[in-house]
Design a protein. Structure first.
Length: 87
């Protein structure tokens, strides 16, 4: 399968500046894993987390690509085309 246009257009991956989900912190909740929006740098929690802030950010903004902020993980996910790419 060919890589989607959103992932193939990705030129610079934005590393997570924060190692917290600020939305979960504001709610007093915990998260499982963190994701970083590649359009604006928003850090949100993964879909295994209670609040799913990364996906909520996509739905609110339509920013298509996130990367994992987890140490040792090097992958990107496109919400629009539901594709993953390792880098």
């Amino acid at each position: 399968m060919a890589i989607c246009s959103h992932l193939s257009a990705l030129t610079a991956l934005i590393p997570a500046a924060e190692h917290v989900c600020p939305d979960c912190v504001a709610l007093g909740d915990k998260w499982v894993h963190l994701r970083v929006c590649q359009e604006c740098g928003h850090v949100g929690c993964c879909d295994q987390s209670k609040n799913k802030h990364a996906t909520k950010h996509f739905r609110a903004t339509e920013h298509p690509v996130i990367i994992s902020a987890e140490p040792g993980e090097q992958w990107a996910w496109c919400y629009v085309d539901e594709q993953m790419a390792e880098y």
